[in-house]
Design a binder for this molecule. Structure first.
Ligand code: BEZ
Length: 211
């Protein structure tokens, strides 16, 4: 069965461009992003890997470790990294798993046979410090991802893990948020003493806490 939100992220040991990694051990207490790309030496993937490398400081700031994967071997990743540095202006600064035997791809359901029998789709798994899966995204090979959106969702996941709030449509860090449905008005008075706007009883809008 496909991995679902709240499931424990399957653990594995794999060869990567930064040596052998045991996934859970490597994650430690950090958040994690495990993402697959279809194939080395392909154009869209080249731009994606360059962008993730550029955004590494943003992932670091959020205590998120990033790791990539395709069914190509580590030796191929290593050769491709030269092209990424040359064309995208950034050296790859995170590990990439070589999954030629598809162990990890199968564990995470990253091969969708009706899309391709042989290549991984563009999967993203965000994993919390409790090793539970917090977010899954799947894009087809023909569409590059928006990694700013991955960061935006991580901001929401980290905020809502800390405070009893939810984030509305198109929210970005610093915008107002919504008081969680499970919080009674009575409890909300204690938690949000500066008050909130409530255009409907179920729509209680409050300044982002913790800022
Ligand atoms: C690409 O990254 O451009 C790509 C990879 C596999 C299939 C199609 C496109």
């Amino acid at each position: 069965m496909a991995i679902q939100l709240g499931d424990e992220a399957p653990d594995f040991t794999a060869d990567t461009t930064q040596g052998t990694i045991n996934f859970h051990e490597w994650l430690g207490d950090s958040w994690g992003v495990l993402f697959s790309h279809p194939k080395d030496f392909t154009p869209v993937c080249t731009t994606e890997l360059g962008m993730v490398a550029k955004l590494k400081p943003e992932f670091d700031k959020r205590n998120v470790k990033v790791i990539g994967l395709s069914v190509d071997p580590v030796e191929s990743h290593n050769r491709w990294e030269g092209d990424i540095a040359e064309t995208q202006g950034t050296a790859v600064n995170f590990p990439m798993i070589g999954d030629a035997d598809r162990t990890v791809s199968d564990l995470y359901g990253m091969i969708h046979p009706n899309a391709s029998d042989t290549l991984t789709v563009r999967s993203v798994f965000v994993i919390g410090p409790d090793k539970k899966v917090k977010l899954t995204i799947t894009y087809p090979a023909s569409t590059g991802r928006n990694f700013d959106e991955v960061l935006r969702v991580i901001d929401s996941l980290q905020l809502t893990a800390t405070y009893p709030v939810a984030t509305p449509v198109n929210w970005t860090d610093g915008d107002d948020v919504i008081i969680g449905a499970a919080v009674s008005d009575e409890d909300a008075k204690a938690k949000f003493p500066n008050g909130w706007k409530a255009p409907k009883p179920y729509l209680r809008i409050v300044a982002q806490p913790g800022r």
